[in-house]
Each structure stands twice: as C-alpha cells, then as structure tokens.
Design a protein around this ligand. Structure first.
Ligand code: GLU
Length: 373
C-alpha cells in the first residue's frame, strides 16, 4: 500500500456516471454503491474523513424523462439533472444508511468556489458536515448551471473540492485503471504508468486531444484535475471503478496511477495566502493577541485595536502590531463594517452585536500565515 494512501486523513472520491448507473435501464448500481459504502465505513473507522463527488444525476434523470441518447440540449440536461439528483441522493441515503453512515447533499455552482466569500462558506459547511461524522456527497448544481458558468465535468469539480478542503488524496474512480503511455482508443501497445511526479508535455500527450469523442471528459479532464490537485498539495490517483470495493483495492495494491503532490496542503494554502493575494486592508492588534498568534492561536475580535482599508468577508488582510510591524496575513471572516462593530469585543458577544452568529475566530489560524523573523 502506498504511504500516501495509508497516511491520508482527508480523502475526496470522485465517482463517474457510468460507475453508478446501468446504461440499459438507467437505474442505480446499488450493489456496487453498497461495496463503496462499506469501504468508506472502514476508512471512517480508521479515523479518516471522506468526501464524495458524485455524477449520475443527468444519467438517471434522462431515463426517467425518456430523453433520447446522445448529447442533450442545455435545458433538457438541466431538467434531467433536476429529476435525477433526487434519485441519486435517495440512492446514497438508502445504501449508506444501511452501512450506518449519514450522507449530506451539497450542490455547487462555479461561483460557489470561485468567489472567495462563497468559497469560504462552502468550505465551512463541508467541514462542519465532516466534523459531525456525515459523508458529504457533492455534485454540480446542473439544473441552474449554464454553459458559461459551470464546471462542466466532475473531474474539475472534484479537484476544486479537494483543494478547497485541503484533502490529502483525490481518488478518481474511472472506467480505466490509470494513465497509459498511449491515448485512450489508440493501439493496445500502451503501458500503464504507476507514478507521475510531474505533468510534462509528454504526460499531457498521453491523454490525447481534448477535441476527440474518445477523450472528452476522459483522460484530458483527468490530467487537468491532476494539475489542479497536485499544485494545491493533494495527491491524486486514477483507479478502476469497475471493481467491487473500489477503495479497498487501493490497499490491496490494485493497478492505478498515482500523481504526486508537490507540496502539502497546509503549506501550499499558506503560501497562497502569504504571497499571491493583494491584501485589502490591515488589522492592528494588541500585544496579547500578537503573543497568542505566535503560540499558534487564531485571531479573535477581542484583540483587534484598529482597522484600515476596505475589505469584505474572505478578503486577505495584513495583521500588524500597534507599532505598525507586520505580524502576518490572513483571510478575514468578517467584512469591514461588521469588523468595526466587533473589534475589541469578546467572540461570544458577536451574535448580539451583529444579529447573526458568525465565525468565532476573526481570522482562523488555518487561514493565516505568520511572518518569519
Ligand atoms: N454533474 C453531472 C451529473 O451529475 C456529471 C458531470 C460529469 O460526470 O462530469 O450528471
């Protein structure tokens, strides 16, 4: 077993439509899903957290609505997704409950992860579901997504969810058991790669062209997903979803292709906060708060003395001492107007002051990077 799999604490599993639905009848493959649920129960017993990104809504719904095979018009795929998503969620609920697992449905549109504030919101919700021990089942909200504003495929969505959740591993359960040295559909001389440490032009060429019928939504999008995942510090593995117990097989050394992350999730996230964001404002904090941050604590509103600039919830801000020295940077959990009201106040007073219950931490330590001396 690879040590990346053994040590992974948070795992995102992407399941494609063809793994979940019978092509002829359009029904859910419940036996297969039950074997997946058993694998997930075992992972959870071992102290791991699992997030599912599941396709299948359109595949289920198009059968119910008796839509013709082949590509669907946008409005038909939206209608099919609306019908199919209910069945999909119900199927997960029934099968996972039988294994003693609770499931939670999350439907995302592109803006939910690309807009910083909504991104933080989605991340908090999924993290809270995990904290309570349920298994989030994520899909694109296909019924309202339009051509211009959609993830388009669940490989991309899964990579986004994995990076958003700082997952250790992303598993793509696919029709193929990995990346081969020749594009899908080409001759049979190709050999499966066990390990990819860098996505070079040569690796991309193995996926084939984006434009061909064979590779669309196939290996090309998986390599795109791998790029996004490994840059964010998440290892990715492509494995066959055609077998029963598709996750357990990874322990048993089944054929697959691993893509190695270049950085671990925390450092890559913190590097991103530290370097690539334009700070929108400054939070001036008292000496007690400076000491608390250096001890690895979060920044609470009580330690805030003054605010500068104009920032919204989720924006990057600089944290400064009373003398104006930069302590670090982070993402503010409150926008300027609310921040002004709660600055200097205890966290437990926030609800009364603002009239809603926001985050306890003004800047959570996971959303903060301290300046090294
Ligand atoms: N979100 C789509 C569905 O649930 C699937 C997209 C994909 O598989 O890439 O039907």
């Amino acid at each position: 077993m690879r040590k990346e799999w053994q040590s992974a604490k948070r795992i995102v599993v992407k399941i494609g439509s063809s793994r979940l639905t019978e092509p002829a009848s359009g029904t859910l493959k419940t036996d297969w899903l039950a074997s997946l649920a058993e694998d997930i129960a075992a992972l959870k017993n071992a102290g791991k957290e699992v997030v599912i990104v599941s396709s299948g809504a359109i595949a289920l719904g198009r059968h119910v609505l008796k839509l013709p095979s082949g590509p669907l018009k946008l409005e038909d795929s939206q209608a099919a997704a609306a019908v199919g998503q209910i069945g999909l969620a119900h199927g997960y609920q029934e099968v996972f409950n039988a294994c003693g697992l609770s499931v939670a449905q999350i439907l995302l549109t592109l803006g939910d992860t690309e807009e910083r504030r909504r991104y933080l919101n989605a991340r908090n919700t999924i993290a809270t579901i995990l904290k309570h021990g349920a298994v989030p089942v994520v899909n694109e909200n296909d019924s309202v997504a339009t051509t211009e504003i959609r993830y388009g495929d669940n490989d991309r969505l899964a990579a986004r969810v994995a990076s958003m959740m700082s997952a250790d591993c992303l598993v793509l359960l696919s029709d193929v058991d990995g990346l081969y040295t020749v594009p899908p559909g080409a001759d049979a001389s190709g050999r499966r790669l066990g390990l990819v440490t860098e996505i070079t032009a040569e690796i991309e060429a193995m996926a084939g062209d984006a434009g061909t019928e064979l590779s669309r939504g196939g290996m090309v999008t998986k390599i795109e997903a791998a790029k996004a995942a490994i840059a964010a510090g998440t290892h990715m593995v492509i494995a066959s979803g055609k077998v029963m117990h598709p996750l357990k097989q990874l322990e048993d050394g089944a054929p697959c292709t691993w893509f190695m992350a270049t950085a671990n999730p925390v450092t890559s996230r913190k590097r991103w906060i530290a370097g690539s964001l334009e700070p929108k404002g400054a939070i001036i904090i008292d000496n007690g708060a400076v000491d608390a941050l250096k001890d690895g604590k979060s920044l609470l509103s009580a330690g805030i003395v003054r605010l500068e600039g104009e920032f919204s919830r989720g924006d990057a801000v600089v944290i400064r001492t009373l003398e104006g020295e930069e302590v670090g940077r982070g993402l503010a959990a409150y926008g300027l107007l609310d921040a002004q009201k709660i600055a200097g106040h205890k966290s437990r007073e926030i609800e009364e002051i603002l009239g809603y219950r926001g985050r306890t931490e003004f800047i959570h330590r996971d959303d903060m990077t301290l300046k090294r001396k």
